[in-house]
Design a protein around this ligand. Structure first.
Ligand SMILES: Nc1nc2c(c(=O)[nH]1)N[C@H]1C(S)=C(S)[C@@H](COP(=O)(O)O)O[C@H]1N2
Ligand SMILES: [Mo]
Length: 321
């Protein structure tokens, strides 16, 4: 059982309000889901005939994992879904309007490299192999803003287990989709598309590494990186790659998108540390994107209990950006 050690972190009364609102909405949604369940049966037939699937809508809302608690209010959905980073579509924050041509069905996911056998899944079939749960996570962008999101998804460890890596595998390279017909900025040759990220096998197997399929109790809207994105809440947000189509197990440290674009400012590790500034700005504090409040940034974004052991003895190395 989880022993709650962060006593000082209990929610102040005012901070509890948005979550309370969300919870009551969630109860309403549970009722809605019973109805949706029936709709999905009909949708299943439609799917066989070629219509888009319901993105596993009947699986939502998933049971919340109580282990992951917050020290701040949840970001209201209306704010979190209109202030996004998704460079394939927009260099500004209002991404959703630029996603009109994005198509999430069908969505194929390749698992290859140093694995017993390469595999390819349709997203809907992958959903059948995993157990969805909800987790409340903080999210800290390297641009020094933050939010708190109720993600739904499954532990990345489940994917690693499905992949059956061979003994030589030490890293996983994650690749986002590439389709300039739907993602206008992928015609911008200043950037090395597709978006790529990477992590060590140990990081991928850490309790916190979470593959996200949903948010706010339902399948994630496109701008959150649907149908599949990553959440690594102890690292800067750019590590949490959206629109994933490929996991390649490798013995070589992958070069990530931002590392290739600007290696002096963005590296492979990107663990949150308030004491290590970005070359152009401080990381000591962050702005809550919903309230505008500033709060001190926490080492490992407050998740040291889970991840500090991964980096023990390496604190003097370049693991902070
Ligand atoms: N494919 C892709 N993934 C991406 C990005 C991107 O531009 N493209 N931006 C990253 C950055 S910088 C952040 S802060 C988060 C933003 O996630 P959010 O919009 O859900 O808050 O997504 C990350 N994942
Ligand atoms: Mo970010």
């Amino acid at each position: 059982m989880h022993v709650r050690r962060w006593r000082g972190w209990s929610l102040p009364e005012s901070a509890a309000t948005p979550e309370a609102l969300y919870l009551s909405r969630r109860d309403l949604m549970a009722t809605g889901t019973a109805l949706l369940g029936a709709a999905t049966l009909a949708g299943g037939a439609a799917h066989a005939a070629g219509a888009p699937s319901a993105d596993g809508a009947a699986l939502y809302p998933a049971q919340r994992n109580p282990k992951f608690t917050l020290d701040r209010p949840l970001t209201p959905e209306a704010r979190a879904s209109t202030v996004n980073n998704y460079y394939e579509f927009s260099y500004a924050k209002n991404v959703a309007p630029a996603m009109g041509r994005f198509e999430r069905h069908p969505w194929r996911i390749v698992v290859d490299g140093l694995v017993e056998a390469p595999q390819e899944f349709d997203f809907d079939d992958l959903l059948k192999k995993v157990q969805l749960e909800e987790r409340l996570y903080r999210h800290r962008c390297v641009e020094a803003w933050s939010m708190a999101i109720p993600w739904t998804g499954f532990p990345m460890k489940t994917l690693v287990d499905l992949a059956k890596p061979t003994s030589g595998a030490r890293f996983i390279k994650l690749e986002a989709f590439r389709n300039p017909k739907v993602a206008p900025n992928q015609k911008d040759f200043r950037y090395p598309w597709p978006y790529v990220e990477g992590l060590t096998l140990a990081e991928a197997q850490n309790d916190l590494a979470f593959l996200v399929t949903g948010a706010y109790g339902k399948p994630a809207p496109n701008q959150f990186g649907a149908p599949l994105r990553l959440a690594l809440p102890w690292k800067y947000g750019f590590k949490s790659i959206k629109g994933i189509v490929r996991f390649t197990f490798t013995d070589t440290q992958p070069v990530s998108f931002w590392e290739e674009v600007q290696g002096s400012e963005y590296g492979f590790w990107a663990n949150v540390n308030p004491k290590v500034p970005h070359p152009r700005w401080s990381q000591a504090s962050e702005e809550d994107i919903a309230t505008g409040e500033r709060r001190p940034t926490l080492l490992y974004n407050g998740y040291g209990e889970y991840v500090a052991g991964l980096y023990a003895g390496r604190e003097k190395e370049r693991i902070w950006f």
